[in-house]
Design a protein around this ligand. Structure first.
Ligand SMILES: *Cc1c(COP(=O)(O)O)cnc(C)c1O
Length: 468
């Protein structure tokens, strides 16, 4: 485990355990529950998704490719929409966004978070209802704010004093009263199985509670006639299983709401606790259900508000990964299998696939773990500890650090990596001039590219050369 790569930063690396590959599963062909999309199953040994066999999907769409189970994604969106009020759930589009997914999200009644003009453009192109859009970002340009205001986004989450001044002017000029939430950093950093509560938070986002910055930001918004303070926002981390971090953030945000009521006579109508809800990547990962999360958090907000004598505000959330992560898989073709002698009789088996860090940077960036399985056949061969690597000129180009594969894995096999719907295609690059893979929707026996594969012509079209 590389220390600097830990998502919590080097400060917390000490409490993260060294990477220990789990013992081989009893059955390498089994699809561990809760990790694969709901329609995934093995029929006659072959992996199927959305009623189509993976080899058939690959024959049609090639490798590497993301295959996204529409029913699975909609079902996750619906679970959040029912657990909270649908309009209070904002899908965080940065996890993965294309016009089709934006439409699915709109149809399920959720809102949508965007954080750049590019994401906003996709939402607008999808016809996403603007009043259900929320605009994030710690450095929104004037042009982005103008575009967001002109589009009529329902909320802008303000993140700096510079931005408040900028937005105030942009909204005034457009003759609108823009609804805003003030992003607060509450001194909670939550990651997977740990959270840390401190007084300060050393990060670029939001206004810190300590030192009264958050309160000053609220005052600046209240002073601006063109801005309408709707609520407070907090986002504490990612891939969180230990939701106690949300308890602390809810507590601190409600405290601020009470201060605002006392000092400015304004009641906060909405508290948004952000995203970060974890999903299962490995057997044993056991995230809370949306219903459990909603019940706990509402209870906390209600309790805190009651003791502060506040009316209970709306509770909103911004799940990204929890909606799209487990809905998609990546399918690669194995190109080479190499046993590398480490020392003495220790060897490591490197299985090279036809993608890598350009379609999944999370392993290199965060030491992320994934589950993978042979997709084109079942195998009774004994398990072998393997490392799945990509095709890039980078030794850190690892897709799955340690995994058990059948020892007869061979070139030409198809390998499926589970739960790659979030932060894989959306963070994809053209490193080594690799063409980014398509995202293919699968449902009830049919498949179609939602985002097509890049072509060489796409790559070369950017290369305009010196044009006087
Ligand atoms: C990234 C992000 C989210 C979504 O996080 P997930 O871990 O995908 O749920 C929500 N809100 C904000 C402000 C974010 O930055």
């Amino acid at each position: 485990m590389s220390r600097s790569a830990h998502p919590a930063g080097p400060r917390h690396a000490d409490v993260v355990q060294e990477h220990q590959p789990a013992a081989a599963p009893d059955d390498l062909n089994a699809l561990a529950a809760g990790i694969w999309p709901s329609s995934a199953r093995r029929l006659d040994g072959v992996l199927h998704l959305g009623g189509v066999s993976v080899p058939d999907l690959v024959a049609r769409h090639g490798t590497p490719a993301f295959f996204m189970d529409e029913h699975d994604l909609r079902q996750r969106a619906r679970a959040y929409a029912t657990a909270f009020d649908a309009g209070d759930v904002y899908y965080a589009g940065k996890a993965f966004l294309c016009t089709t997914v934006a439409r699915w999200i709109a149809e399920e009644g959720l809102g949508l978070d965007v954080c750049t003009d590019g994401e906003l453009a996709v939402a607008v192109a999808a016809g996403f209802p603007a009043e259900r859009l929320a605009m994030h970002g710690n450095n929104k340009s004037r042009a982005e704010l103008e575009r967001a205001v002109a589009a009529g986004v329902g909320r802008v989450i303000v993140d700096s004093f510079d931005e408040i001044a900028r937005l105030r002017e942009v909204a005034a000029r457009a003759g609108v009263r823009q609804r805003v939430l003030v992003r607060v950093t509450v001194g909670v950093e939550a990651h997977t199985h740990e959270f840390i509560a401190t007084a300060h938070e050393d990060q670029k986002f939001g206004f810190s509670l300590s030192g009264g910055q958050a309160e000053q930001a609220v005052a600046a918004v209240l002073e601006a006639e063109s801005l309408d303070l709707v609520g407070l926002h907090s986002h504490i981390g990612s891939q969180i299983f230990d939701t106690a971090g949300f308890d602390v953030s809810a507590h601190r945000v409600v405290e601020l709401a009470a201060t605002i009521r006392d000092r400015y006579g304004v009641e906060i109508a909405e508290i948004n606790l952000g995203g970060g809800l974890g999903v299962a990547y490995l057997p044993g990962d056991d995230p809370e259900t949306p219903k459990e999360i909603a019940q706990r958090l509402s209870a906390i907000v209600e309790r805190e508000c009651r003791s502060a004598g506040l009316a209970v505000p709306r509770l909103s959330m911004e799940p990204g990964r929890a909606i799209v992560g487990p809905s998609a898989i990546t399918v690669y073709e194995v190109g080479t299998v190499k046993d590398v002698v480490l020392d003495g009789n220790l060897t490591r088996c490197y299985v090279s696939v036809d993608g890598g860090m350009s379609d999944n940077i999370r392993t290199a960036l965060y030491d992320a773990d994934y589950t993978c399985a042979l997709a084109n056949r079942a195998s009774d061969a004994p398990a072998k500890l393997a490392r799945v690597v990509g095709r890039h000129c980078e030794s850190g180009d690892i897709v799955v650090r340690d995994t058990w594969l059948p020892s007869d894995v061979a070139p030409g096999d198809l390998l499926a990596v589970a739960a790659t719907g979030a932060y894989c295609r959306s963070m994809a690059s053209n490193y080594n001039h690799v063409r980014r893979p398509p995202v293919v929707g699968v449902r009830d026996g049919v498949s179609a590219a939602l985002v097509r594969r890049e072509t060489e012509a796409d790559l070369l079209s950017l290369d305009t050369g010196w044009r006087a």
